[in-house]
Design a protein around this ligand. Structure first.
Ligand SMILES: *[C@@H]1O[C@H](CO)[C@@H](O)[C@H](O)[C@H]1NC(C)=O
Ligand SMILES: *[C@@H]1O[C@H](CO)[C@@H](O)[C@H](O)[C@H]1NC(C)=O
Ligand SMILES: *[C@@H]1O[C@H](CO)[C@@H](O)[C@H](O)[C@H]1NC(C)=O
Ligand SMILES: *[C@@H]1O[C@H](CO)[C@@H](O)[C@H](O)[C@H]1NC(C)=O
Ligand SMILES: *[C@@H]1O[C@H](CO)[C@@H](O)[C@H](O)[C@H]1NC(C)=O
Ligand SMILES: *[C@@H]1O[C@H](CO)[C@@H](O)[C@H](O)[C@H]1NC(C)=O
Ligand SMILES: *[C@@H]1O[C@H](CO)[C@@H](O)[C@H](O)[C@H]1NC(C)=O
Ligand SMILES: *[C@@H]1O[C@H](CO)[C@@H](O)[C@H](O)[C@H]1NC(C)=O
Ligand SMILES: *[C@@H]1O[C@H](CO)[C@@H](O)[C@H](O)[C@H]1NC(C)=O
Length: 356
């Protein structure tokens, strides 16, 4: 690989951590990445239908981490959910007008969450019950999917009278995704496990959700520090890269690493909060990526990348790192990390994804 001045390294990495905030509803490193929700009507019932809902993550590197997804929508008519398999609504709502059988959920705007691992087998379906965690396409495409079944009542039971729900929302787990309207698409086909017969849905709707960094959070979530073998100076993350320590207006916006209160803060109330609880640093970033140039020859160069977690509320067990750098489409060797070049389109083809 050609020799590169450290200056270009600096520019390339900084682009990643910082420009993403100016790009709205569009990720230049994964331009067609999306999450598609597919709603397959499998059977008409006397007052509605049974459907299989599948959430597919078609994003190359973005995944859904604990505590998992929450899917919401607004019923257009007076639909109710009689029952669900593989997921549940967070609230039942007011079902007081029902006698006899009580629906699973009567809310106009239900919120659905995945069931947890270890759910009894009779309440499971394929691809359910992972606590709402969905892998990215590159890391594990077989687990880039989640599914549940529901039985909908008061819906009309012909393809002319049913209406797809509107205003889909996907929290994964926080904000960030915006979903389009449901579209009628070609009915899905399902192959039997022996591959000798194919069945098909009676009707299929697709909803596409797209991630936007601006919706998710204003501040960047990582910063880059640099060092090299030929200079002892470490260029650290810029001060206030992800936010500033502000003891006056937001006391407790960060925690000192040696604070005796740390364990009570981390395990205490708000421990499931999605707001990062970061260690006090000058950059205030939940994650720091350190880029150390170890060798820089004319023929090749070698760097050591160190990723540090400063967020006490996150374990990032499924972490991945996406970096753009000249020649990243052709790394010769990686140690310790998995690597895949992501080549979204011709112009930006020097982007790579690393994961543990
Ligand atoms: C969603 O992603 C899939 C897979 O990359 C792609 O085929 C599809 O066109 C995308 N859909 C939209 C609406 O962008
Ligand atoms: C609908 O979504 C599924 C994946 O969930 C995808 O395979 C299919 O191509 C989509 N259909 C259209 C027309 O986008
Ligand atoms: C509804 O079903 C009829 C046949 O039963 C079919 O001709 C028609 O295209 C279907 N309409 C939709 C919107 O799927
Ligand atoms: C969906 O959201 C839009 C805008 O927020 C709103 O105007 C519309 O009434 C909503 N639709 C339903 C069925 O609630
Ligand atoms: C090391 O880096 C610092 C900061 O970039 C610079 O001021 C200094 O001149 C460099 N020293 C050498 C020997 O290159
Ligand atoms: C905030 O408090 C920390 C120690 O609690 C201190 O190191 C830091 O300088 C303070 N920052 C400001 C802007 O006052
Ligand atoms: C992170 O992992 C440790 C050890 O595996 C565990 O004790 C802790 O509760 C986890 N924290 C979170 C926020 O998941
Ligand atoms: C990748 O690098 C090797 C040498 O390290 C070279 O032979 C090969 O042509 C390169 N491939 C591309 C696609 O640039
Ligand atoms: C990557 O893009 C550069 C210029 O944009 C081009 O010269 C190079 O051939 C591309 N590499 C691959 C593997 O497509």
């Amino acid at each position: 690989m050609p020799k590169l001045p450290p200056f270009s390294i600096f520019i390339a990495l900084f682009l990643l951590c910082f420009t993403s905030k100016s790009i709205e509803a569009y990720d230049s490193l994964d331009p067609i990445g999306n999450i598609t929700i597919k709603w397959d009507i499998l059977q008409w019932t006397p007052d509605g239908y049974n459907a299989l809902v599948t959430i597919n993550n078609f994003q190359q590197y973005r995944h859904i981490q604990p505590p998992g997804w929450t899917l919401g929508w607004t019923w257009v008519k007076k639909e109710v959910i009689w029952s669900m398999v593989g997921a549940q609504t967070t609230e039942q709502g007011d079902c007081s007008k029902f006698k006899g059988d009580i629906p699973h959920c009567c809310k106009k705007e239900p919120s659905v969450v995945d069931l947890l691992p270890g759910t009894p087998y009779n309440m499971q379906i394929a691809n359910c019950c992972k606590g709402g965690v969905i892998s990215s396409w590159v890391q594990d495409s077989r687990n880039a999917i989640s599914a549940f079944q529901l039985s909908v009542g008061a819906a009309g039971s012909t393809n002319k009278t049913v209406r797809p729900p509107s205003n889909f929302t996907l929290k994964a787990p926080g904000p960030g995704y915006s979903c389009g309207a449901a579209k009628i698409v070609q009915p899905s086909k399902f192959a039997a496990s022996d591959g000798r017969r194919t069945t098909q849905a009676l009707m299929t709707w697709n909803v596409t959700c797209i991630y936007s960094q601006t919706l998710a959070q204003k501040a960047p979530s990582c910063c880059v520090s640099l060092s090299s073998f030929y200079n002892e100076t470490i260029v650290s993350c810029p001060t206030c890269a992800c936010g500033c320590q502000n003891n006056l207006t937001q006391p407790g916006s960060c925690v000192e690493g040696d604070s005796p209160y740390l364990s009570s803060v981390v395990g205490g109330p708000g421990k499931n909060s999605l707001v990062p609880l970061v260690q006090c640093t000058s950059h205030m970033c939940p994650v720091r990526v350190h880029w150390h140039v170890k060798l820089n020859y004319k023929e090749y160069w070698r760097v050591k990348i160190t990723v540090t977690n400063f967020n006490y509320r996150m374990n990032y067990t499924q972490w991945n790192l996406v970096a753009q750098h000249p020649n990243f489409d052709n790394l010769t060797r990686t140690f310790s990390f998995n690597y895949k070049s992501i080549t979204p389109y011709g112009v930006i083809n020097d982007t790579a994804m690393f994961w543990g």
